[in-house]
Design a protein around this ligand. Structure first.
Ligand code: OGA
Ligand code: MN
Length: 192
């Protein structure tokens, strides 16, 4: 994160924990616990299939499983480390499981809602075992922090890969996935 404002960490959690999180994600999805993700917030929240087609289930700390609680605890260590190193005043985390069904995408966007400043850092953990080049669903992130014209990186959503970036600064999109794609996406926030 230092200097550039974004980071990719392959193998950020143990393979075993990744598999547990994935199977819990799949089980909740099969149970119908996911909802079509929206665009905007509050009264202006709306489902826009032309912009994003993922489905999400928020993680509620009080209801999280043991594996999810372990993951939240590891994010807590990351949050404190980021505060210590970069003086960001990160206050808490909000996150959801996300499933991109086959063919789903999320068009280029920033992660901060209009009129808000609480989301400081985006953290994404990918949960796709055996993901192959050509399966699509890559994260495309423009790395110049000043728009969508310059350089970009393409990140494959492989099991255990974690991506962090400054939520306000980096345009990004999810390219169409040719098969179902799972992740946990969330944000470290400042006090509103
Ligand atoms: C998001 C998002 C990217 C990804 O949910 O806001 O941009 O790679 N996700 O899942
Ligand atoms: Mn995003």
């Amino acid at each position: 994160m230092a200097g550039v404002g974004w980071a990719v960490m392959p193998m950020s959690i143990s393979h075993e924990e990744g598999l547990h999180l994935k199977s819990e994600c799949s089980a909740s999805y099969a149970d119908g616990a996911f909802r079509r993700a929206g665009v905007g917030r509050g009264d202006s929240l709306q489902v826009r299939e032309d912009i994003r087609r993922d489905e999400v289930m928020w993680i509620e700390p009080g209801e999280a499983s043991a594996h999810q609680t372990l993951f939240l605890a590891s994010l807590e260590i990351l949050r404190l480390a980021l505060n210590e190193r970069f003086f960001l005043g990160l206050f808490n985390y909000e996150g959801h499981f996300a499933i991109y069904p086959q063919g789903a995408f999320y068009k280029a966007h920033l992660d901060r809602h209009a009129g808000t400043q609480d989301r400081i850092i985006t953290v994404i953990l990918y949960l796709n075992e055996g993901w192959q080049t050509g399966d699509g669903g890559e994260l495309k992130i423009w790395t110049s922090a000043d728009g969508r014209d310059g350089c970009y990186e393409i990140i494959e959503p492989r099991m255990g890969t974690m991506v962090c970036f400054m939520a306000e600064d980096f345009w990004h999109e999810v390219l169409p996935a040719t098969k179902q794609r799972a992740s946990i996406t969330g944000w470290f926030r400042q006090r509103p």
